[in-house]
Design a protein around this ligand. Structure first.
Ligand code: C5P
Length: 397
């Protein structure tokens, strides 16, 4: 479920002022179930003592290429075999350039040269250094050799200046690691549109008509698709969730806004998942002023059915809808599948224990265009998303 669970990651810390932030990073990695070993360069030890990382990682910290403590095998070889990924964070300009030229004059650079594992570099430096042409060339060289990068970010630098060069937020690093370590890449090259969350319809300038969707199911579907290599656009109604890593997010509020954005992305999409809980009704006329509280009736009209409109121009796109029902009403969901010209509809039974808006789990039944139905057990929403994508990939084959 969590692509970081039980992974073995080597964190290489180099001599940037951001080295202190690597402590927090190691803590977060361990919280996610990662086994961490830290390797520090000599310059890094000028900023933070190895003891800090020893305590935070729960492992010895490796600093010296030339010391063999009670073992015959050099550490850059044994560590190279142990690590499933090497994360250089923070990476200085000096260290990046050293890697780019294949130097191996300390433990961390030797390890990078000896290891076949994927490598992720998270640079942190002054913006002048980051924009230097020689460094740019060295970063390009590393990319060409298969190194991946996350960051740097834009913002306040250690010098007080504002610019690019900041060590990125830890959640960005975790997002990138999950993307790299997710085992399946079976959506590579696929353009995917996911809608999620609720839409809101104004009753007057103050009040709205909406529903209780959190967006969690749709956000999980978007994140898993991105991990699996998809190029994902998420059109999201109001939601408190943080944007999934690597996904292009377009925020909307009303059904009409969602319709416009979703239809735009639809043109380019190979696969469309309409997981949004679109408001079914809107006020037929929205007054410019706040309604009198004694007014007890509303004149409502239906909102445009976005998915049905997509079904009308489906071509060879793969279309997935959601049906939220009070009860496992397969027939009603199947009717929607036919009416909207879908390949798959995911029936979401609100009356099941473990299904619903505020919970982390869901209980769904997959209903296919060819007549098959498949109930899934109660699972965390992220795992429901994984199962749904497994089935879609099978169907696309
Ligand atoms: O007809 P019903 O609202 O139950 O259908 C649910 C499916 O249709 C969902 O996939 C939902 O995102 C989509 N839908 C839509 N536009 C609407 C209402 C629902 O695209 N106005």
């Amino acid at each position: 479920m969590n692509p970081l669970m039980d992974k073995r990651i080597i964190v290489g810390v180099t001599g940037s002022i951001a080295a202190y932030k690597a402590g927090e990073l190691v803590r977060e990695l361990r919280k996610q179930g990662v086994a961490v070993k830290v390797v520090m360069t000599e310059a890094a030890q000028e900023f933070v003592r190895p003891l800090t990382f020893q305590v935070l990682s729960g492992n010895p910290v490796y600093t010296n290429l030339f010391r063999l403590e009670g073992q015959w095998e050099p550490e850059h070889i044994s560590l190279a075999q142990w690590g499933e990924l090497i994360l250089i964070a923070p990476a200085t300009a000096n260290f990046i350039s050293k890697l780019a030229s294949g130097l191996a004059d300390d433990l961390l650079s030797s390890l990078c040269l000896a290891s076949q594992a994927p490598k992720l570099v998270s640079p942190a430096m002054n913006s002048g250094m980051w924009e230097n042409e020689v460094l740019k060339l060295n970063c390009k060289r590393l990319r060409d050799f298969g190194f991946q990068f996350v960051g740097p970010g834009y913002g306040e630098l250690a010098s007080g200046e504002i610019g690019k060069g900041r060590f990125v937020e830890i959640r960005e690093i975790l997002g990138k690691l999950k993307e790299i370590l997710y085992p399946k890449k079976d959506l590579l090259g696929k353009r995917i549109l996911v809608t999620a969350g609720r839409t809101e319809e104004d009753l007057d300038p103050v009040r709205i008509l909406t529903n209780r969707s959190s967006g969690r199911m749709g956000y999980s579907l978007a994140q898993v698709a991105e991990w699996r290599g998809g190029k994902v656009t998420l059109v999201s109604g109001p939601s408190n969730l943080s944007p999934p890593f690597g996904v292009k997010v377009q925020r909307v509020r009303t059904t009409e806004e969602m319709r416009k954005r979703a239809l735009e992305a639809f043109k380019e999409a190979d696969i469309v998942v309409m997981a949004a809980a679109v408001a079914d009704f809107r006020s037929a006329e929205v007054p410019g002023e706040k309604l009198n509280r004694r007014r007890m009736s509303l004149n409502l009209e239906s909102t445009p059915d976005i998915l049905k409109e997509m079904g009308g121009k489906k071509n060879d796109k793969f279309l997935i809808g959601f049906a939220l029902e009070s009860g496992t009403n397969v027939e009603r969901a199947r009717k929607k599948l036919v009416e909207k010209n879908l390949d798959l509809i995911v029936l979401n039974d609100l009356t099941q224990e473990g299904a619903g808006f505020e919970v982390e789990t869901n209980v769904v039944t997959l209903i296919w265009e060819d007549g098959r139905t498949e109930p899934l057990p109660k699972l965390p929403k992220l795992e429901v998303a994984e199962r749904i994508w497994d089935r879609i990939v099978e169907a696309l084959r």
